[in-house]
Design a protein around this ligand. Structure first.
Ligand SMILES: O=c1ccn([C@@H]2O[C@H](COP(=O)(O)O)[C@@H](O)[C@H]2O)c(=O)[nH]1
Length: 234
């Protein structure tokens, strides 16, 4: 992938999403559409953004029983997403159902530990492992289920890439130096994440909330050029 940045188009407003996509298109490798956009605009909104010609990453983080997730993935297949997310915590059968129903060429990647969570948040939900240990556990589960990769933070990506040669490693929670963290807790700069083995860099507010999103996207792309990526299977 020549430009590994997928910009998170997190808005319910279709016209705003289209304008943003057009502005940043020369500087990014794809568009990530998540729950906020999909809840407001549905499949027709996804098709509208697909008209930019950029690959579409559908970040719907599916998490349900295997039958339901398999059928949801089958229903999404006509949108030809390049990447689709599910939650690894849904378990092996659910992951297998998602992969089996995905269209050819679509990478199914599983969210391990959300980048908005730290150790204390994991303890609150009964997980006593560290984020790194939990990412490793769920990465192994995802790999054995036949999926393509995982979503993790930049803090865990190097360890995950060593355990899973050829895996796809999606890293959100990216913040250029000096940016607001917002609700993210496990963060890294885009260049550091790429250097540690990320395949796909997901960046939202540092680009979309900037006064000049096109310039912010250009600046992120420039920061990556000076840093060679490790090969991690993207
Ligand atoms: O663990 C995860 C999984 C997904 N995301 C998504 O990435 C973007 C990040 O947006 P920022 O504005 O750069 O914080 C957003 O769409 C999340 O839903 C994540 O942040 N962490």
């Amino acid at each position: 992938m020549s430009n590994s940045v997928f910009v998170a188009i997190d808005t319910p407003d279709l016209a705003a999403a289209q304008a943003l996509a057009k502005a940043v298109a020369p500087h990014v490798g794809g568009l990530k559409l998540g729950l906020e956009f999909f809840a407001a605009n549905g499949p027709s909104g996804v098709r509208a953004l697909g008209e930019t010609g950029l690959p579409i990453f559908l970040d719907l983080k599916l998490h349900d029983i295997p039958n339901t997730v398999g059928k949801a993935v089958a229903a999404l297949a006509p949108l030809s997403p390049a990447v689709l997310t599910v939650h690894a915590a849904g378990g092996r059968a659910m992951l297998e159902a998602a992969k089996a129903a995905a269209p050819a060429g679509c990478k199914v990647v599983a969210v391990t530990v959300l980048t908005s969570l730290d150790s204390a948040d994991l303890a609150d939900i009964g997980v006593t492992s560290s984020p790194a240990e939990q990412v490793e556990r769920l990465a192994d589960l995802t790999r054995h289920a036949g999926c393509d990769g995982i979503v993790c933070s930049g803090e865990e990506v190097a360890g995950a890439a060593v355990r899973w040669p050829g895996g796809t490693f999606v890293v959100p929670g990216l913040r250029p130096a000096g940016s607001d963290l917002g609700d993210q807790k496990r963060v890294l700069t885009p260049a550091d994440a790429l250097g540690r083995g990320a395949s796909i860099l997901v960046i939202g507010r540092p680009i979309t909330a900037a006064a000049d999103p096109a310039e912010a996207a250009r600046s992120v792309a420039a920061s990556l050029l000076s840093r060679p990526a490790l090969t991690a299977g993207a």
